[in-house]
Design a protein around this ligand. Sequence first.
Ligand code: ATP
Ligand code: MN
Length: 541
Amino acid sequence: MLLMSVETTSFQAAKMLKNLFSSNPPSSHKVHYQLTSNELLADCLNKGQGVLSDTGALVINTGQFTGRSPKDKFILRDEATWNAINWNEFNIPIEPKFFDIIYKRVMNYLDNISEVWIRDCYACADPTYRLNIRVINEQPWGNLFVYNMLLRPTEKEVENFSPEWCVISLPELKLDPKECGIPHSNASLISFKHKLILIAGSGYTGEIKKGIFTILNYILPHEKKVMSMHCSANMGEDGDTAIFFGLSGTGKTTLSADPKRKLIGDDEHGWTEENIFNFEGGCYAKCINLSEEKEPEIFHAIRSGALVENVVFFPGTNKINFEDASITENTRVSYPLDYICNAKEPAIGNLPKNIFFLTCDAFGVLPPISKLTPGQAMYQFISGYTAKVAGTETGITEPRPTFSACFGAPFMPLHPAVYAHMLGCKMQKHETNVWLINTGWTGGPYGVGRRINLSYTRAMITAALENKFDQIEFNNHPVFGIAVPKECPGAPSDILDPRSTWVNKDAYDEKAKYLATLFVRNFEKYASGVNEEVLAAAPNL
Ligand code: ATP
Ligand code: MN
């Protein structure tokens, strides 16, 4: 019965909505369709929703939410998703009854607001996998974010555009939790059945981006045999591709912007039989402590057209104070991919030669660079260890160790084994090198040591990409078994062995053992699903 009502009301209406605004806009709405970046900028400024920085970037405030809210993200549970989705703390089901109620609230709200900004765009740079999306925003800056981040169809393509998915983002809509069967007044809902993403009550633009990422992490592996990955990617002059997996704050965006290599993308990619391709058309970089000296490419991308979120100006000026975290640690900027001067167009690269797993280890235990065997690579991928650092998620203010399968559990609707199996097959087939990079602490844990110098991390990655470690000896780490190089061109040798950077060696050994225990405990739930080689890659207690 309840499913029937979703069928007859929401589904029909969703289908209608997808065609509604471009062909026959309801007279009550002022529909702004497919505005240029400049027009959106003008709308924001006219409405007092943003201010221009001294470099011409639009600075806005996203309101109450300045980070994702994973506990308020739901997937419609119906016959199709019941068995396919790996229901867990990130993939939280919402029943058709409540989806239907929220859907009606959204439609009703849309009927009663005076303006909407609509944009047709697409995801997936490889035309074979292109996914057409229509996004409806309540505010012009939300639509500018979509312009920056998704792929931009040509004018001709827009004429015959047929949207397959629809995203509706309504930051000002507060839902009644009791009526809607949700814990708070904000929610992100995904319905694979209606091909619809509804975002209510949060203006954090990352919700839009990660909502689309979540559906692709279902569609591509489940329906198209393409591995989807939470990683950045770039390509060297002779076409060698590198990908960088990592959870939030580990350095995907920072490290993929490399003046000597072409940027393919900073966050979300697919890996097919022939290539890797970006899902997106833009980057979403952190701004906290951004400096021209350390991150020149990102720094110079902050100009007209870029959308900067939740930063503060130096008093009496329009100059951004990148050190100011008074609104949030998670200050962000979105810009089209080609704002980075050496962007790859189209954003497609060769099969990767090197894979980097980035971890921000706040214990200061893992070496800054190490080489992994195939078994260790699978073990690390399934574990997905890092410390959550302040920022991207609401409520995190200091580093906290976390394990997030496939370096992206919050966005993976399928069981981690699905993605791990795909990666394992690909790594084996292509004999890809896999490196573990600790972009976190050295010389002691958080509070004692410090974060490793970015220029050293860059040097280590460059050395790996240029095959410089071929001539260098390695030692196996006593607890983690991973191969640690004795030297690295461009970086001091005495930082390579983490133990030697700690004043108190006993304290290091103890922390290493503790971290190993966390790995082993976390892996228990996966142990029965992996082979001997992967099991043997567990740290040595
Ligand atoms: P998200 O998934 O949230 O976009 P991300 O993996 O892209 O996260 P970055 O935006 O690259 O992460 O964030 C890394 C942050 O850490 C940047 O602010 C960067 O300046 C800082 N940082 C400091 N030291 C290092 C280092 N050694 N390597 C990489 N990043 C570092
Ligand atoms: Mn990033």
